[in-house]
Design a protein around this ligand. Sequence first.
Ligand code: ACO
Length: 320
Amino acid sequence: MFFSKIVGTGGYLPEKILTNFDLEKMVDTSDAWIVERTGIRSRHIAAANETTSDLAEHAARRALDMAGLSPHDLDLIILATTTPDKLFPSTACLLQERLGVGGFPAFDVQAVCTGFLYALATADKFIQTGGAKNVLVVGAETFSRLVDWTDRNTCVLFGDGAGAVVLSASDEAGILSTHLHADGRYHEALAANGHVKQGQLNQGDGFTFMRGQEVFKFAVKALSQVVAEALEANQLTQNQIDWLVPHQANKRIIDGIAKKLQLPSERVVVTVDYHGNTSAASVPLALDVAVRDGRIQRGDTLLLEAMGGGFTWGSALLVY
Ligand code: ACO
């Protein structure tokens, strides 16, 4: 059995920044309301001609550069997205072509904001069992395209971006455990209703709908449980966690988890203020920020967690 070690991280945010003050001109909201309820100050929005695979390629190349690997060294790509370029083929295949490689497996996973954790857990299983040696795991979203920009309940929350890691098989400790969950009974609490009907693509209104308070309460409960599950599985206490790298949906959800874990805010990576909620991209983007600014060091123990539509939720505990 091998460990999966993160050997490179990468992130990419589109150039255009949309601030809360810009939103004040679009819907009946205020910077003060958004900051108080969510902690978000600005988010990045993809240009009209920019696709999820564009963002993914930037993040992937940066992660490969840090790893000192070429796309030819890869033997698997797993990409998490809720906003694929096309219904098919998968965005992972489009990314593979852009990286100039082919032949090895590439596929998407869809677990909305938990997508990166699902992709990471899947990649880890391939590596542990000798099925792959170097895996590119990407979370990439153009979530702004699923947002009704006239609905103040949702449009203030989301942003676009991509994050990536390269995982390599190693004898040294890497990912220690992953924990995934879903409960489809909540599928109506957070959804975007595009669907294929009678052979025709019926986009519905295609926009994100959310019962905000229900999501909030479930997120704090489920994430606290999945974090406790990860600690217990590894017989660790919260004091042994160097960094919590949470899904960046809402500063109040992040603070709620940190409080339950009794983790001081200095050990929690927060990017939601300037990224907004980038869905599957949020955890790898936050990880990349804290690796590149030197906060996260080799040998640190990290706890990653996320929750999203489905509902889905999950965590990963790893030595960086
Ligand atoms: N600006 C001003 N007022 C607003 C806005 C806005 N952007 N949005 C809603 N309001 C109003 C509502 O209309 C309501 O007004 P009313 O009392 O006159 O009816 C009032 O603010 C309170 O609305 P609530 O929904 O009760 O506000 P709440 O404190 O619950 O905050 C929020 C809303 C921020 C969405 C919160 O519920 C939340 O964070 N939920 C979690 C959702 C989330 O993070 N989803 C992301 C996807 S899931 C995930 O990634 C985990």
